[in-house]
Write a protein that binds this ligand. Structure first.
Ligand code: F0G
Length: 446
């Protein structure tokens, strides 16, 4: 196999992008109060803000969308999606939602309450927000290897099984969530064996284990590549085997569903499913669409099954690995080994003159926009306050969207920035909302 992450597709539709002038970029930054979420995407050249809903659709998805049935009850498109989710997960009777966080809100209502305990390998920020909104306490216990940027440990997304057992033994854990891959911890995969052991522990103590499955196909591919026990398994079977070791799962279809919108919730317990459907009708829509148009459901039905294609996954994870390796070569510290969906640059080593309270990773993110009209996202103290374990800039790669020369351009901008890194300045917050402050915060340079 060539090392080059060559695209297993060719381009059929073209969307122009342009680099705004330096003056435009400066003006846009000021108008956005230095919050990159507030920049119009027309003013961005390469957008690594997120891999969520931003990928290109396949010809099969577009064709299916033309056949969508937009009926309220019993649409053909729902039955197609239902069948695809059942084939993908092995669960029956799935519940559609418009995106992952809608499922999180339902899960919080089903399992949690004031003072309830949730244990996870590291919850994503919306999940954390939804669970905290009902008063739950969150315990993130990633494997100790996840603290090291450099070590070659292949599964830094794992949960710490010793601490998990200690917490379960305490007797008051309500829910365990395994996030696969572990986005907040650097897009790192969870080993299937780690999930299996976690599941056997939760069963022993009678606590439900739910998978956050939004990048489960990428996770499964990395399991196949990094755990020799599974090297002869198909990715599809590794995905199924993962779901078999859970009591339920939710998935944002905007990631490995290869779709612009959509998601689902699956639950083993029929009583919980019934309750979830009642809440769904209240919050999202009828059980045959859950906030989705028929077109969205068609796209997700096709995308879910395409996401386990191994040629695609070789290219996909190859692109992320290529970007991560090249960034490391030009001097920046990165989370290593490369994960499934994004390159993560840890800035503390390179920007020691910017203290954490002035958001060093955000300083780099702003500089990359200023220099190259590249949009990334800070995953550090701005996003997580004191709970931040790293000061990351995340380069989330949209699926099937950018070419290798887009990645090379990105590395060139990073190389220039590295040489002049002493000039970067930190930021202070001038406005922040109570939840998920990074989305709406306003900042100014210090
Ligand atoms: N869980 C994980 C691990 C996620 O990465 C996300 C979203 C969600 C849940 C929520 O799904 O957006 O469909 O409601 N992550 C995006 C990101 C937004 O940029 O990483 P959603």
């Amino acid at each position: 196999m060539p090392r080059h992450p060559v695209e297993p597709f060719r381009v059929k539709v073209v969307e122009p992008i342009r680099i705004p002038t330096p003056e435009e970029r400066e003006r846009v930054l000021r108008e956005a109060k230095f919050n990159l979420f507030k920049i119009p995407s027309d003013k961005v050249f390469i957008d690594y803000l997120t891999d969520s809903g931003t990928g290109a659709l396949s010809q099969e998805q577009w064709a299916a969308m033309m056949e969508a049935d937009e009926s309220y009850a019993g649409p053909r498109s729902w039955y197609r999606l239902k069948e695809a989710i059942e084939e993908f997960t092995g669960y029956v009777d799935p519940i559609p939602v418009h995106q992952g966080r809608a499922a999180e809100k339902i899960l919080a209502a089903l399992y949690l309450y004031e003072g309830a305990k949730v244990v996870s390998n590291t919850l994503f920020d919306t999940t954390r927000g939804n669970f905290k909104a009902v008063g739950a306490e969150i315990y993130d216990i990633p494997t100790p290897e996840s603290q090291s940027l450099e070590s070659e440990f292949p599964f830094k997304g794992n949960v710490d099984l010793n601490r998990l057992e200690d917490l379960l033994r305490g007797g008051d854990v309500n829910l365990v969530v395994m996030v696969m891959t572990n986005n907040t911890g650097g897009g790192q995969p969870v080993d299937l064996d780690n999930l299996k052991e976690a599941y056997s522990l939760t069963r022993r103590y009678g606590v439900p284990l739910i998978i956050d499955a939004c990048r489960i196909s990428e996770n499964a591919y990395l399991v196949k590549k990094r755990n020799p026990k599974y090297s002869n398994w198909s990715v599809k079977d590794i995905v199924l085997e993962s779901f078999r070791h859970s009591d339920g799962a939710f998935m944002s279809g905007k990631k490995d569903g290869l779709s612009n919108m959509g998601g689902f919730l699956v639950l083993r317990d029929p009583q919980k499913r019934l309750k979830a459907k009642e809440l769904l009708i209240l919050w999202e829509g009828f059980v045959h669409y859950g906030g989705l148009s028929g077109r969205d459901m068609e796209s997700l039905a096709v995308g879910l099954l395409q996401s386990t294609d191994e040629d695609y996954l070789r290219y996909r994870t190859g692109q992320v690995a290529y970007l991560t390796e090249r960034i490391r070569e030009v001097g920046w510290d990165v989370m290593w080994p490369p994960g499934g969906h994004a390159a993560y640059v840890e800035v503390r080593g390179a920007l020691p003159h910017i203290p954490r309270e002035n958001f060093p990773a955000h300083a780099l993110a702003v500089e990359l926009y200023r220099r190259g009209a590249i949009r990334t996202v800070e995953v550090g103290s701005l996003m997580f306050k004191d709970a931040a374990r790293f000061e990351f800039v995340r380069f989330a790669v949209p699926r099937r969207t950018y070419s290798q020369s887009h990645l090379d351009y990105t590395v060139e901008v990073l190389e220039e920035t590295y040489r002049q890194r002493d000039r970067l300045r930190g930021f202070r917050i001038t406005y922040e909302p109570p939840y998920l402050r990074h989305f709406l915060a306003e900042l100014e340079p210090v």
